[in-house]
Design a protein around this ligand. Structure first.
Ligand code: URA
Length: 193
């Protein structure tokens, strides 16, 4: 049931174009992954080059970090469902590098995310990084103030975490991220997710 609805949605996302500034590629080439009935969604930022090549979210360097951290929460990929905020790969230097999605791209893709959330109806959304959190908290909310604790935003129960890639470019965050994933695991167990 959910698979069919997601299939229809991704067919529409495929080839989606927006008028936002900046170069990008591969709209809709990267699908979701994991268990759509899990009730726990991990929401990332946008696919990178490796994700576009393999058609799955979090399969590059950040994905290897994510898998390592999921274990600290007692989880594996099959226990969760992983999606991205932006459905294409924002690029620069003629596709040679990834770029952080802009507000225009985040807003433009929000309609796809809303449809995904309606289909999946998750018990909890684990936002990975600033971009994912801003979907719910607006542009002013900052991950530095909210990571590692549950948060209710409108109809959604969130558990904001730093993006796994943050540990790659800010090694001082490694231990913070590890502790946050341990906290997530404890919180999920206490709340029977
Ligand atoms: N970073 C993300 O936010 N999403 C991916 O799919 C890969 C890297």
């Amino acid at each position: 049931m959910k698979e069919k609805a997601l299939e229809d949605l991704y067919r529409r996302v495929y080839g989606c174009r927006c008028d936002c500034p900046g170069e990008r590629e591969g709209a809709g080439l990267v699908r979701d992954c994991g268990n759509p009935d899990a009730g726990i969604i991990f929401l990332g930022e946008a696919p990178g080059g490796e994700e576009i090549r393999r058609g799955m979210p979090f399969v590059g360097q950040a994905g290897r970090k994510l898998e390592e951290y999921l274990k600290l929460a007692g989880l594996g990929r099959r226990d969760v469902f992983i999606i991205n905020t932006v459905k294409c790969r924002p690029t620069r230097n003629n596709g040679r590098a990834n770029r952080k999605p802009g507000i225009c791209e985040i807003k433009s893709c929000a309609r796809w995310l809303q449809e995904e959330l309606k289909i999946l109806s998750p018990g909890v959304i684990v936002t990975l990084g600033d971009v994912a959190l801003k979907n719910f908290g607006g542009n002013k909310i900052q991950i530095g103030n909210y990571h590692g604790q549950p948060l209710v935003m409108g109809q959604f129960k969130l558990f904001p975490l730093y993006h796994p890639a943050a540990a790659i470019y800010r090694p001082a965050l490694e231990e913070v991220i590890r502790q946050d994933f341990v906290k997530l695991g404890q919180w999920l167990r206490e709340n029977a997710y």
